[in-house]
Design a protein around this ligand. Structure first.
Ligand code: SAH
Ligand code: SF4
Length: 386
């Protein structure tokens, strides 16, 4: 047999076995009941999978040999396949992960002095068409499953060898942001299932204070997120008035600013200790004047919040430019003088296209003009569907 054939056979075999990653605790207990095992087996497996990071049943030494073989026959503990891994000169690492159906998504790890943040994707592509975002030019292919969402975190942690889970909170991978590809609130059930696994205290055990979900502003789901998950909330605001926001974020026509800001005011736990983050991408000549800054201050009056000013990260074919450094500083100062925090985010991993809004998984070789036309076509097609 050629190695290609043996690989294919091995894949086919994997595909018929069920991946235990991503199952809720209850589903894991049911899977054990299905093979005639007691519910406490689920607890043991959970520990091996999410505390120890084991991927091989043979390593699960407190299970009998017979049970290990039985598990091996029916199940796998699988990660997405790493199709590519790149490390930036600033230490940022980006993975292109491939799922069992061949679809791909990107994950980024951003190390800092006091923390390390894993930026996770929730969809392959995105249905929305924010004009400044590279992912927005990609067609939505599908939602990621809980296994694929939590799998990105597990694979990132494998890459840094950080198993068993350090329990003292001094962890390399200490924070999660749902700011990769896709709109997490259009895949809320799967995102929530994955985050519950990440938060479970007998496994990865990240507290909800260390998880931030970023949304373009899907108002009804913001309410749900607050009620059911209550992680930190970040809003891609990017404009202080409906006219500007409608142009760069078409979702604003569905959920205008008044409703969006109200949803933020209603978000549980929004307090000075746990402020809502407003992300604001600085686009030259579009949303970056002192008048825009003053309008922003008025818009968020009385809301416990902070701003995060993001210098626009260009991508091939984009119609926009980043605001000048002086303009960004002046903008930050106006907000700062109103008593609101407005740090300017340092772009990370630009050399490997890992910075905000640069993620996109199909990278054909096209000229800038061809890319621009392709982006416009993709936006028109997607907006016709939504
Ligand atoms: N879909 C979600 C999360 C992913 S985007 C959302 O829109 O919030 C993560 C952040 O990067 C968002 O604030 C997004 O608006 C911002 N972003 C998108 N494209 C960007 C670009 N080219 N430069 C800088 N930030 C960008
Ligand atoms: Fe989708 Fe977010 Fe990009 Fe908008 S900014 S297109 S919601 S990924």
């Amino acid at each position: 047999m050629t190695s290609e054939i043996t690989d294919t056979l091995a894949d086919a075999q994997t595909n018929t076995r069920v991946n235990l990653i991503g199952l809720t605790r209850e589903a894991l207990a049911e899977a054990m009941a299905g093979i005639g095992e007691k519910p406490f087996r689920a607890k043991q497996l959970w520990h091996w999978m999410y505390y120890r990071g084991a991927t091989d049943f043979a390593a699960m030494t407190d299970l009998s040999k017979t049970l290990r073989t039985k598990l091996e026959d029916r199940f796998v503990v699988a990660r997405p396949k790493t199709a590519r891994e790149q490390t930036s000169s600033d230490g940022t690492r980006k993975w292109l992960f491939e799922f069992t159906d061949g679809q791909k998504a990107e994950t980024v790890f951003i190390p800092d002095d006091d923390r390390g943040t894993v930026c996770i994707s929730s969809q392959v592509g995105c249905t929305l068409t924010c004009r400044f975002c590279h992912t927005g030019t990609q067609r939505l292919v599908r939602n990621l499953t809980p296994a694929e969402i939590v799998g990105q975190f597990l694979a990132a942690r494998d890459s840094y060898g950080e198993w068993p889970t350090p329990m003292d909170e001094r962890r390399m991978l200490s924070n999660v942001v749902l700011m990769g590809m896709g709109e997490p609130l259009y895949n809320f059930d799967n995102v929530a299932a994955a985050m519950r696994i990440v938060m479970a205290d007998d496994g990865i055990a990240l507290s909800r204070r260390r998880i931030t979900l970023s949304t373009s502003g899907v108002v009804p789901e913001i309410h749900r997120c607050g009620k059911e998950l209550n992680v930190n909330l970040a809003i891609s605001l990017h404009a202080p008035d409906d006219d500007t926001r409608n142009v760069i974020m078409p979702i604003n026509k569905k959920y205008p600013l008044k409703e969006l800001i109200q949803a933020c005011r209603d978000y549980p736990g929004a307090s000075n200790a746990r402020r809502i983050t407003f992300e604001y991408v600085m686009l030259k000549g579009l949303n970056d004047t002192p008048a825009h800054a003053r309008a922003l201050i008025k818009l968020v009056k009385g809301l416990p919040c902070k701003f995060n000013l993001i210098p626009f990260n260009p991508w091939p074919g984009t119609p926009y430019e980043c605001s000048d450094a002086d303009t960004i500083h002046e903008f930050a100062e106006i907000i700062w003088n109103a008593g609101l925090s407005a740090p300017i985010r340092t772009p990370r991993g630009r050399d490997i296209l890992a910075a905000c809004g640069q993620l996109k998984t199909d990278s054909e070789k096209l000229s800038a003009r061809e890319r621009r036309l392709q982006a416009e076509k993709a936006w028109a097609e997607k907006e016709a569907v939504v």
